[in-house]
Design a protein around this ligand. Structure first.
Ligand code: FAD
Length: 380
C-alpha cells in the first residue's frame, strides 16, 4: 500500500503532523503501537498559548483552568502570584491524545495499531516495516517519543534529558499549580491539579534519588503516596540537539528533543512542530528538511532561550525563588499566554537576576558579620 506520508506515533506531534498533512490533501497513515486511548505519563499541563494550535472541540477536555501559581523552596517557604487571566489548562493525556488522533482521522488520515519496526529506501520511496505489514511512502515522520525508533535508525542519540517520576493521588488545588525548587540540583518538583485529584512529580538531570525525595515530600505534606511511574523528557542544549531528520525522514516532538529545558513543557512544541513539518513538506516537497529547519527557527529559539534561563535558575535556585515574587513569575505567565517569548524575558531577567544576586550577597555578608559578633553561623 502506498501513502504520501507514514507518521509513526499517535501522540501530539504525530497527530498534529497527520492532521495538517491530511487537511492539505495528502494520504497519511498513522502507525501507533498502543491501542487508543492509551496511558501517557504526563502532568497534562497546556500553556494557554497551546490553545491556538488545537483543533475545534477541545474545550470539553479541560479538567482544570489555571490562573494562579505558587512557587516553593524546599517545602519550607512558599508564595503565590495570582493573575487575572487563564495561563494554563490541565488535560488528561489519554483522552487528549485520543481526541487529537480522532481529529486527524476526521480530515482523512488512516490509523494502524501496530509497531513500527524499521524502514529502507527503495528507489524514490521508503518501505516501512510494521508488526502489521509493510507500506510504501514518500515521507516518513518519526513522532515516536523519547525512545524513538525512527531517530535511532537515523543514527541519533539522546544526550540531554530530565529523569522524572510522577504519581496521581487524592488532593485539591483547583486553579493553582505549585512548583518547588531547591530539591534537586537541576530540576523541580511539582504538585498540579488533575481533575478532582492531583499529580505529584519530580524531574532532574542530576543523580538524586527521586523516589526517596518524592516519598519524603508526600509524607511531609500529608499527600497519600502511591507508587510513581518514571519516564524521560528530552531537551536541547543548543541548536544541534534539535534533531530534525534527514532527507524525507523527518522528526517532531520528543523524538527530536523538542521540550523546553526549564520545565520540560513538550505538548506545545510537539503540536507546533507537527504543524510546521506539514507546511515544510507542502511548500518544499523535494527538500522538506531544508524548509523544516528554516521554518523551525522561532521554535528552536524558544527552546534555546528557555535553556539559557534554566541554566541560571537551577544554578542559583534560592535567588530564582526570590526573583519569582516580583519579576520572574509574572513574566513567565506572559510566556505561557504567548504575549512574550523566552527571549523577551531573558534579557530583562538578567538585570533583575544581578540585582537579586547582589542583594542576596549583601544579606549574606551582613548575616555573617552579625553572626561573628553573636556567635551564630550564617548560611548562604
Ligand atoms: C512525568 C512527565 C510530565 C510531563 N508533563 C508535561 C506537562 O505538564 N506539559 C507538557 O507540555 N509536557 C509535559 N511532559 C512532556 C510531554 O509529555 C511530551 O513532551 C509529549 O508527550 C511529546 O509528545 P510526542 O507526540 O512527541 O511524544 P509522545 O506523546 O511520547 O507520543 C509518542 C507516541 O509514539 C508511540 N510509539 C512509540 N514507539 C512506537 C513504535 N515503534 N511504533 C508505533 N508507535 C510508537 C507511543 O506509543 C506514543 O503514543 C511531561 C513528561 C513527563 C515524562
Amino acid at each position: 500500500m502506498l501513502y504520501d506520508a507514514v507518521v509513526v506515533g499517535g501522540g501530539p506531534a504525530g497527530a498534529s503532523t497527520a492532521y495538517h498533512l491530511s487537511k492539505s490533501g495528502l494520504r497519511v497513515l498513522i502507525v501507533e503501537k498502543e491501542k487508543l486511548p492509551r496511558f501517557k505519563l504526563c502532568a497534562g499541563c497546556l500553556s494557554a498559548r497551546t490553545l491556538r494550535l488545537l483543533p475545534e472541540g477541545y474545550k470539553g477536555l479541560i479538567l482544570n483552568t489555571i490562573n494562579s501559581g505558587k512557587l516553593g523552596y524546599r517545602g519550607l517557604q512558599e508564595y503565590e502570584v495570582e493573575v487575572n487571566r487563564e495561563v494554563a489548562y490541565i488535560v488528561d493525556r489519554s483522552e487528549f491524545d485520543h481526541f487529537l488522533v480522532q481529529k486527524a482521522l476526521e480530515v482523512g488520515a488512516e490509523l494502524l495499531i501496530g509497531e513500527f519496526i524499521g524502514f529502507e529506501k527503495e528507489g524514490n520511496q521508503y518501505k516501512v516495516y510494521t508488526s502489521r505489514g509493510n507500506f510504501y511512502t514518500d515521507y516518513l515522520i518519526g513522532a515516536d517519543g523519547f525512545h524513538s525508533k525512527t531517530a535511532e535508525l537515523l543514527g541519533y542519540k539522546k544526550r540531554k534529558f530530565f529523569r522524572s517520576l510522577e504519581l496521581f493521588t487524592e488532593g485539591s488545588l483547583r486553579d493553582k499549580v505549585l512548583i518547588e525548587v531547591g530539591w534537586v540540583s537541576r530540576g523541580y518538583l511539582w504538585v498540579f491539579p488533575h481533575g478532582d485529584g492531583i499529580s505529584l512529580g519530580i524531574a532532574t538531570t542530576g543523580r538524586e534519588n527521586l523516589l526517596e525525595i518524592l516519598r519524603d515530600y508526600a509524607l511531609s505534606k500529608n499527600i497519600n503516596f502511591k507508587h510513581p511511574k518514571g519516564w524521560h523528557i528530552p531537551f536541547p542544549e543548543g541548536k544541534k540537539d534539535i534533531q530534525i531528520g534527514k532527507e524525507r525522514v523527518l522528526l517532531a516532538g520528543d523524538s527530536a528533543n523538542m521540550t523546553d529545558p526549564l520545565l520540560g513543557e513538550g505538548i506545545y512544541y510537539a503540536l507546533w512542530a507537527g504543524k510546521i513539518l506539514a507546511k515544510a513538506i507542502i511548500q518544499n516537497p523535494s527538500e522538506p528538511t531544508k524548509a523544516y529547519e528554516l521554518m523551525l527557527k522561532p521554535l528552536a529559539e524558544e527552546l534555546i532561550y528557555a535553556g539559557k534561563i534554566a541554566r541560571i535558575a537551577y544554578r542559583f535556585q534560592r535567588v530564582a525563588f526570590k526573583m519569582g515574587k516580583d519579576y520572574a513569575l509574572r513574566n513567565f505567565y506572559r510566556v505561557l499566554t504567548g504575549d512574550k517569548t523566552y527571549k523577551d524575558i531573558y534579557w530583562k531577567g538578567w538585570l533583575e537576576f544581578l540585582k537579586h544576586l547582589t542583594r542576596e550577597k549583601i544579606e549574606y555578608i551582613l548575616k555573617r558579620h552579625e553572626g561573628r559578633h553573636s556567635g551564630v553561623n550564617a548560611e548562604f
